[in-house]
Design a binder for this molecule. Structure first.
Ligand SMILES: NC(=O)c1ccc[n+]([C@@H]2O[C@H](COP(=O)([O-])OP(=O)(O)OC[C@H]3O[C@@H](n4cnc5c(N)ncnc54)[C@H](OP(=O)(O)O)[C@@H]3O)[C@@H](O)[C@H]2O)c1
Length: 231
């Protein structure tokens, strides 16, 4: 099948963990996938080589506005059915009173500001009935924040959710499906080795949700089973 008739996705932050599995799962389902990494080579490039054109690699440091502009220029002429920002960081489990200011800034800029900058920079590549999505977390749910821990990470995901709501209001009439996804607690570098889920099982469920929601209007915050996560 020629590439132009395939659904096309851009996954930002796909060097490892959930993003790497997401890029591969979309390719397995016959999407053409552009996936970003900060460093050339590695597992993503090896997978791209094995997919023989169905998965291609771009370089992006998501916190760099200049690199976002350069990526947008390199993608000129592309039409995306799915724009998915997966990248995020966690800097451990300090109570907020012990979080240094530069750590607070780094996590907020990476997890909240930069995903929205990426969506704004690239959204004009998304087809009118396409999907714009970001990987959030149940940890970003204010109403479910009833256990202590990970205060900064939780705040960054709540900020992401809030900014995504503003984005959805601002672009209410663009026809795009807008999603915040909670993938569940997974064994990755960020999720740790004791998480109950593994990306190879949870990511296909996430892609089921993405495919099922394609064309649905408005913004939703959904888990990997397609259930609504409360704000
Ligand atoms: N794992 C979980 O249990 C869990 C649960 C809920 C939500 N999530 C969310 O799911 C997403 C993926 O998490 P994960 O568990 O797969 O984490 P991970 O294994 O730590 O992977 C994070 C990915 O984000 C990339 N990234 C981080 N900062 C970046 C930046 N400034 N620019 C570009 N790329 C950047 C990393 O690239 P490098 O390799 O270059 O660092 C890596 O590809 C995140 O949004 C996370 O918050 C995870």
């Amino acid at each position: 099948m020629p590439v132009t008739s395939q659904r096309q996705a851009l996954v930002i932050g796909a060097s490892r963990g959930l993003g790497l599995v997401l890029a591969n799962e979309l390719a397995r389902r016959d999407w053409h996938v552009i996936a970003t990494t900060r460093q050339s080579g590695g597992e993503l490039q090896a997978d791209a080589d094995a997919w023989n054109g169905r998965l291609t690699v771009e370089t992006l440091e998501m916190t760099s506005p200049e690199q976002l502009v350069a990526l947008r220029e390199r993608l000129e002429g592309r039409r995306l059915d799915l724009l998915f920002v997966n990248a995020a960081i966690d800097r451990g489990d300090l109570p907020i009173s012990e979080v240094p200011t530069d750590m607070f800034t780094e996590v907020m800029v990476t997890n909240a500001l930069s995903p929205l900058r990426a969506l704004e920079a690239l959204r004009d590549l998304v087809v009118p009935d396409g999907t714009v999505a970001a990987m959030s977390s149940e940890q970003g749910s204010i109403s479910r924040n009833t256990e202590d821990g990970y205060e900064l990470y939780k705040a960054s995901k709540a900020a992401l959710n809030q900014l995504m709501r503003s984005y959805a209001t601002r672009h209410a009439d663009d026809g795009h499906t807008k999603l915040l996804i909670d993938p569940g607690h997974n064994q990755t570098q960020l999720g740790g080795p004791d998480a109950p889920l593994v990306p190879h099982e949870s990511v296909p469920a996430v892609v089921d949700v993405l495919e099922a929601q394609a064309g649905a209007p408005g913004l939703q915050f959904l888990d990997l089973h397609g259930e609504t996560v409360p704000w």
